[in-house]
Every structure is written in structure tokens, then in C-alpha cells.
Design a protein around this ligand. Structure first.
Ligand SMILES: [Zn+2]
Length: 278
């Protein structure tokens, strides 16, 4: 789906595919959230044997917010603090970079363990690009660990923000990551609109609109226009979450949730985390 940086001409066929994936991703996200809400709370505490998250005193004992307490379907408090969740993602990515084939997940056992409820420990908004699969690049993370939202260009639209709010508020995931990636086709398309005045067909133009101000701000600021826009787009998305969601900003202020940006290198497999988003 993504185009190489040196592809100077916009490939409309690829972009149509890109839009198709983006639309499918956005339409399936919300029904999934709705059904999640019906899931019975609290899987067995012993849950995932060797990979079970370590309980953290401060977060485990943290009182639930009023909204949490009022929701009978709410999951238990998170087993990981925001800091621990970030360290776990970094460690998983290190494992993936060093030996990608070692990242195997015991799916059958996890499926059974999770039938009664989910306790994801990180929310990831990233691109639909087929090379950017969070569960794999974070070290073979298995079922029930990451709450993932994907669309072309990791755009923070209403569906994405609502899904993030659900993951943070109702599932108590302590970490939110907005992750762009190098050579992103959607970001490249937005850069072509800004730099070359390219007009995009169908819904694609509308889809990349939120990226246009970011691309415009990066124009002539860097030799790597697309790369800089990818980075700024991830940071901008991460910053906007707290700005546009009082639910999430409240959780951040209380110390229950941390938001970071990230950029994935599709060639090396490395994820660069960007803590400073404001
Ligand atoms: Zn992309």
C-alpha cells in the first residue's frame, strides 16, 4: 500500500487500495468495541502464564474513577503502570529486531483464557500498512494485549478517538501510542497534495485532510519532507488526543494513562518512541 519515497508520481491505483483498507478498518472498529463492552469482566488472574503482566502496587491499588465504578462491564484496574507498559513495548520491539522469528504467540491457549474478558495494556493507533503489524513488531504480543486502531496514515478521526477513549476509560489500558511509519503512502499522498497540488480521487482526499496542515508546516523545513511529516503527524495525533478528549486528558492528569508518539522503520524493524509530544 505504501509507496517508495522516490516514487515521484502519484499512483492512483495504489491509493485506491489504500483507501479501501482504511475504510474497512474504520467500519469494523466500532462494532468490535460494542461487542467488547458486552464481554464479561475479569478473566482469571493467573491468565497468561509466562507472559502475564507483573502486578504493580500503585496502579493495582489505585481507586477506580466514578465512571469506572458505575460501569458494570468495566474491566479490572490495569496490571501495568503507564511506565511499565512502555517498557514492555520497548522490550518487545527489541526482541523483534534481534530475532523476529522468536516472536511466536500461543494463540490457542490465550483464546481460551480471554473468552471471559480482555485486559489490554496498550492502545495503539497506527497505519493500515500491511508491514506495520503492532502485535508482531512489539515482539509477538498475543491475543488480548494490544487494543489497536488502524487506518491509512494513522489519522485521529472520530472513530479512532472514540475507540481510544473506550480502551482507556473502560478497559483501563495505561498506555496510548500513536505510531507512524517510514515510507507511509497516506502521508506521501498528503505531501503530494501540499507540494505538487495533486488532487486525490474519491474519499482519499477527505481521508488525508487531517494530515495536510502537518505536511504544510513541514514543507521546506527538512530534506526528508515525507519522513518529517510522518514524525510530526504521529506527534500531532498524540497531542490532539488529550486536547480533544476530556476523558483521556483526565486519565492522563490522574497518572493512569500516558500518551506517546512513535515512528516505525519498516526496513530495520525498530520503533523510535517520542515521549515529548507537547
Ligand atoms: Zn502508512
Amino acid at each position: 500500500m505504501c509507496l517508495d519515497c522516490d516514487n515521484q508520481r502519484l499512483n492512483r491505483r495504489n491509493l485506491m487500495k489504500l483507501a479501501g483498507i482504511g475504510l474497512v478498518a474504520s467500519t469494523v472498529a466500532l462494532p468490535a468495541v460494542a461487542s467488547d463492552k458486552k464481554a464479561a469482566p475479569a478473566a482469571a488472574a493467573e491468565g497468561h502464564a509466562a507472559e502475564a503482566p507483573v502486578a504493580h502496587a500503585s496502579t493495582a491499588e489505585a481507586p477506580a474513577t466514578e465512571a469506572h465504578a458505575a460501569d458494570p462491564h468495566a474491566a479490572e484496574a490495569p496490571a501495568l503502570s503507564p511506565k511499565q507498559a512502555l517498557a514492555k513495548l520497548k522490550e518487545g520491539n527489541r526482541r523483534f529486531v534481534e530475532d523476529a522469528n522468536a516472536c511466536a504467540a500461543d494463540l490457542a491457549q490465550r483464546r481460551e483464557e480471554l473468552a471471559g474478558g480482555q485486559h489490554p495494556w496498550a492502545i495503539v493507533l497506527t497505519c493500515s500498512d500491511s508491514r506495520v503489524t503492532p502485535e508482531l513488531i512489539f515482539g509477538g504480543v498475543t491475543l488480548g494485549e494490544l487494543f489497536v486502531i488502524r487506518n491509512a496514515g494513522n489519522v485521529l478521526d472520530t472513530g479512532a478517538l472514540g475507540t481510544i477513549e473506550y480502551g482507556a476509560e473502560h478497559l483501563h489500558a495505561p498506555l496510548i501510542v500513536v505510531m507512524g511509519h517510514k515510507k507511509c503512502g497516506a502521508v506521501s499522498a498528503a505531501c503530494d497534495v501540499v507540494k505538487k497540488g495533486v488532487e486525490l480521487e474519491g474519499s482519499i482526499g477527505k481521508m488525508v485532510q487531517p494530515i495536510l496542515p502537518v505536511a504544510l508546516a513541514a514543507l521546506f523545513k527538512s530534506e526528508d519532507f515525507v519522513g518529517q511529516t510522518v514524525r510530526n503527524n504521529a506527534v500531532s495525533g498524540a497531542r490532539r488526543i488529550a486536547e480533544e478528549s476530556h476523558i483521556v486528558s483526565h486519565l492522563v492528569e490522574e497518572g493512569h494513562v500516558k500518551i506517546v508518539a512513535a515512528v516505525y522503520d519498516i526496513a530495520t524493524g525498530e520503533v523510535e518512541f517520542i515521549d515529548k509530544i507537547s
